[in-house]
Design a protein around this ligand. Structure first.
Ligand code: ATP
Ligand code: MG
Length: 289
């Protein structure tokens, strides 16, 4: 278990982020977009994004899963799909974003696939990314919930997409590097006033007690050094059926619907639905006031 000093790593974290750097241009967030992020890679973002989309679809929601891991896309790989159209067609100006949506019948949701190993996507200038984000905002009106599977790390493009979501689900594990990188993600976003939408998902927890401990370690660092208290959105237990489902390129909710990890993601989906519906209601009330 990492302690606070290893989460925050350096002494300069003892200084809270200055108030003046927390302000800036207002952030435009879409009420029904959720981004899935992590500092460290390989923590389970793509698997979680797919499974959450599937669970939300099973609850009767219209869901779009967007592969926002620009340049290293792998939603299609985990699901064994061969997309005929993808984000590369959009970036090259060949197709509008809504024309690359494909139906994933097995899961009951829609997908916008990325393209792995495409340098033009990985190095997208921020103005082009802002255009893509605006197109995604437009497309999002056709759905109840849109999930963005982000690339790992803390670079600007990742944080820009995370900031445009109503909620960023930051996935972390009980490993010092994962917690340190999750903290760095929150800290960098906080400096730009972008971290208020972050909620934590602890993945691969040994059990509920250990998952709580991991969350508390991260929470303490955020409270002490950033004056932020990101809520715990959920915990997912470590489960050998996850690897098995990925290896077989089959969604876990189909292959092992009663697995612990499947049950945990379904619980998160229920929570997410309540949160999105509350946000939508509040926005409606504010608009008619
Ligand atoms: N709850 C879990 N229990 C067991 N193994 C898990 C769990 N969640 C994820 N994994 C393992 O983590 C691996 C990485 O998952 P995934 O590719 O979804 O991570 P990622 O965060 O999207 O990675 P990247 O940062 O490279 O995009 C999976 O292959 C799976 O074996
Ligand atoms: Mg991934």
């Amino acid at each position: 278990m990492a302690d606070n000093s290893s989460v925050t790593q350096s002494r300069d974290d003892m200084t809270p982020t200055p108030k003046s750097t927390q302000t800036g241009a207002p952030i435009r967030r879409a009420k029904n977009i959720l981004a899935v992020a992590s500092g460290k890679g390989g923590v389970g973002k793509t698997w979680f994004s797919i499974t959450l989309s599937h669970a939300l679809a099973q609850e009767g929601k219209r869901v779009l899963l967007f592969d926002g891991d620009l340049g290293l896309a792998n939603i299609d790989v985990q699901l064994g799909l061969m997309p005929k159209r993808d984000l590369n067609d959009v970036i090259r100006g060949r197709l509008a974003l809504d024309k690359v949506i494909q139906r994933y019948d097995e899961g009951g949701f829609d997908i916008i696939a990325g393209r792995s190993g495409q340098a033009s996507l990985a190095a997208l200038p921020s103005q082009r990314l802002a255009l893509l984000r605006d197109q995604l905002f437009e497309v999002s009106s056709q759905y109840d919930i849109v999930i963005i599977d982000l690339g790992a790390g803390v670079e600007r493009n990742v944080r820009m997409l995370a900031a445009s979501a109503a909620r960023t689900l930051l996935v972390a594990l009980d490993e010092p590097t994962s917690l340190t990188d999750a903290y760095a993600f929150i800290k960098l976003g906080n400096a730009a006033g972008q971290s208020k939408n972050v909620g934590i998902v602890i993945n691969q927890a040994a059990n509920t007690t250990e998952g709580q401990k991991t969350y508390k370690t991260l929470l303490k660092a955020c409270e002490n050094f950033l004056r932020l208290s990101p809520p715990l959105i959920g915990m997912i237990r470590h489960d050998s059926q996850v690897k098995d489902a990925i290896r077989r390129q089959t969604p876990i909710l189909k292959r092992s619907p009663n697995a612990d990890a499947a049950e945990d993601v379904r619980a998160i989906a229920k929570k997410v639905i309540v949160e999105i519906e509350t946000l939508k209601k509040n926005a409606k009330a504010a608009a008619s006031a």
